[in-house]
Design a protein around this ligand. Structure first.
Ligand SMILES: C[S@@+](CC[C@H](N)C(=O)[O-])C[C@H]1O[C@@H](n2cnc3c(N)ncnc32)[C@H](O)[C@@H]1O
Length: 273
């Protein structure tokens, strides 16, 4: 029965998950193809394909992120497709979207932007939905990530306004298409120990950057300075000091940092206008 399977799965997941009941309900609802709120009504039904459901629980017990198991992730109020080739978009990245949206609104006339490191496409798709006239060129060095982004572009019907390009940074991108840059690049310092669900399953090239983790952030700032375009970047909570030092070294004065909901430094905006 559904109720018994739920109980047994919660027992199995207890040592691994912080909120085992919630996770089991999400997986069970996914398995049954119904809303989580409908589970109670199906309590007494026999559980069809129980082995497939418990195979999902086993994957979760091995620390695989629930989003890769269900193939979906919530971002900015929408359900995106996700697969192991792409980093799972994080809630704090919604703040980057907000900051980018403010810039686009303030700097009236911005209609062409670039995203570096598109991953699942969550940022570009969300911005494209918020600004119907926006044209975006979005790059990534990993074809696996671009495949996930392509699927999201299709699902949200924005293929005509987002061009995906397999390249590093903005190499080969026509500068006239770039009036602003947004990026959530890899910024975790090499050697940093991450939770097993992240370290074992998420693509390392989406997470780690050499040295103290700011290398790509610096290269993006250089690029933004060269193109003379405003730029919004996410960064690590401990990278404000090195980035401030870099701005000083480069004589860049027009910048500010933003924080996440926990009050931690989480990103910056530089403007060259
Ligand atoms: C932290 S993930 C961000 C993914 C997505 N934008 C998000 O916010 O969920 C960083 C992405 O940058 C890509 N990447 C790493 N180095 C890159 C480079 N030099 N040029 C373009 N993309 C790069 C990775 O493959 C990965 O998809």
């Amino acid at each position: 029965m559904v109720a018994e399977a739920l109980q047994e799965a919660v027992r199995q997941l207890q040592p691994v998950a912080e909120r085992p009941r919630l996770e089991v309900e999400i997986l069970l609802a996914h398995h049954l193809g119904c809303e989580r709120s409908r589970l109670l009504l199906r309590d007494r039904e026999p559980l069809e394909k129980a082995e497939e459901f418990f195979a999902m629980i086993e994957r979760r017990c091995a620390h695989e992120p629930i989003e890769y198991i269900t193939g979906t992730v919530s971002f900015y109020g929408e359900e995106f497709f996700i697969a192991p080739g792409a980093l799972i978009p994080r809630p704090e990245t919604e703040i980057l979207v907000e900051e980018a949206a403010v810039l686009i609104r303030e700097q009236r006339g911005i209609e062409r932007i670039a995203e570096i490191g598109v991953g699942s496409g969550a940022i570009s798709v969300t911005l494209a939905k918020l600004f119907p006239r926006l044209q975006i060129v979005a790059t990534d060095i990993r074809p696996e990530a671009l495949a996930v982004a392509r699927e999201n572009l299709r699902r949200f019907g924005v293929e005509g306004r987002i061009t995906l390009k397999e390249t590093s940074l903005l190499e080969g991108v026509d500068p006239s298409r770039v009036e602003m840059i947004v990026s959530n690049p890899p910024y975790v310092a090499q050697g940093c120990v991450l939770e097993p669900n992240v370290a074992r399953y998420e693509p390392h090239m989406a997470l780690f950057a050499p040295g103290d983790g700011t290398e790509l952030l610096r290269r993006i700032v250089d690029l933004a300075a060269r193109l003379g375009v405003p730029t919004v970047c996410e960064m690590g909570y401990d990278q404000r000091k090195p980035m401030e030092a870099y701005f000083r070294e480069k004589g860049i004065e027009n910048y500010r940092f933003y924080r996440d909901l926990a009050g931690l430094d989480r990103g910056f905006i530089v403007d060259f206008g």
